[in-house]
Design a protein. Structure first.
Ligand code: SF4
Length: 279
C-alpha cells in the first residue's frame, strides 16, 4: 500500500511543480519532456521494488486457523458415504469398524447418520484414497455422496437369507449404488410382502414375492402428503431384477428435465412409457 502512495506522489509531484512553471513560459520544452520521462521512470523503478517482497508462509500467517478453514471451504474436503455390507439383522457395524472410522478420519471429521442408512463422512481430499482403502479393508463399503443412486436400503432379512433374497439384494446393490443421477435416488428392498411400507416410500421399491419380485416406482416420503410408489411390474425373476432396476435408472438419467425429482419424472412420463422402455 505504501508503494502505491509513493508512486502517486512521484507521478503527481512532477506535474504539480511543472505545470505552473510551464504556464509562466519559463520552462523550456525539452526540460518539460525530460521531467515527464523522469516521472514515468521513477514510478516504474519504485514499483519494481515490490518484487523483492516475500509473501508470508501459511505457518507465518497471523490468522493461521482462518486460513486453513477457508482453504477447506474452497473444496479441499470431500464427503464419502460409508455402510456395512448388506446382511441379515440390519445395518450392523462391528466395534472394529467404528474404531477404524474414528482412527482414519481423525478427531475433527464430521460424521453424519443419514436417513438412508449411510454414514456421511467428511474427509480431506488429499487423503481420500488412503482413507477409502483403510475403510474397505475393515469390511466397510464406500460410495460417493450427493447426486447418485444410494446403496440399497434393505430390510433385516428376518425370514432368513435365502427366503428373503439376501444374495439378490447384494447383486442389485452392486449394480446400482453410486450411479450418477440428476437427483439422489433411493431404492428400498423388502424380503417379503410383510415389510412393504418402507420400500413403497422410496423412488424405487423392490418386494420379494415367493420366487419373483415386484417393482414399484415413484414413492415420496417427504412432507405431510407422502406418496406411495406405484406398481410398475410383477413377476420379475432374480436374474432379470438387476437389469430392470438399472434400466429404470438409466431411463431417468436420459430423460429427466434438469434436476427433476424422480417421482415427478414418473408422473410426467407415465408408468406406461417407463414400462415400454425399461421392461
Ligand atoms: S421385509 Fe419381510 S423378511 Fe424383511 S425384515 Fe421385514 S418381515 Fe423380515
Amino acid at each position: 500500500m505504501s508503494n502505491i502512495k509513493q508512486n502517486l506522489f512521484l507521478a503527481l509531484g512532477y506535474k504539480t511543480l511543472g505545470i505552473p512553471i510551464a504556464a509562466t513560459g519559463l520552462l523550456a520544452p525539452w526540460v518539460a519532456g525530460a521531467a515527464m520521462a523522469l516521472s514515468l521512470v521513477s514510478v516504474v523503478l519504485n514499483a519494481l521494488r515490490l518484487r523483492k517482497l516475500k509473501c508470508a508462509k501459511p505457518s507465518e500467517h497471523p490468522k493461521n486457523d482462518v486460513f486453513v478453514e477457508r482453504s477447506m471451504l474452497m473444496g479441499e474436503t470431500i464427503k464419502i458415504a460409508v455402510t456395512p455390507v448388506i446382511q441379515g439383522g440390519g445395518s450392523l457395524f462391528t466395534p472394529e469398524q467404528f474404531a477404524t472410522i474414528g482412527k482414519v478420519v481423525g478427531t475433527d471429521a464430521k460424521i453424519e447418520m443419514t436417513s438412508f442408512k449411510q454414514l456421511y463422512v467428511e474427509i480431506p481430499l488429499e487423503r481420500r484414497e488412503e482413507i477409502v482403502a483403510s475403510l474397505q479393508q475393515s469390511g466397510l463399503e464406500v460410495y460417493p455422496a450427493g447426486f447418485v443412486t444410494k446403496s440399497l436400503i434393505a430390510c433385516n432379512f428376518c425370514k432368513g437369507a435365502e427366503e428373503a433374497g439376501l444374495e439378490t439384494a447384494r447383486i442389485v446393490n452392486k449394480a446400482i449404488a453410486g450411479i450418477e443421477t440428476p437427483t439422489p435416488i433411493k431404492v428400498g428392498y423388502a424380503g417379503c410382502a410383510l415389510g412393504t411400507s418402507e420400500p413403497l416410500l422410496k423412488d424405487i421399491g423392490i418386494v420379494k414375492m415367493r420366487n419373483t419380485f415386484d417393482v414399484y416406482i415413484g414413492g415420496e416420503a417427504k412432507g405431510l402428503k407422502a406418496v406411495p410408489a406405484k406398481l410398475l411390474v410383477s413377476g420379475v425373476s432374480e436374474e432379470e431384477l438387476p437389469q430392470v432396476i438399472t434400466k429404470i435408472i438409466s431411463f431417468y438419467k436420459e430423460n429427466a428435465k434438469g434436476k427433476e425429482k424422480f417421482n415427478r419424472f414418473v408422473d410426467r412420463i407415465t408408468l406406461e412409457k417407463i414400462s415400454a422402455n425399461c421392461l
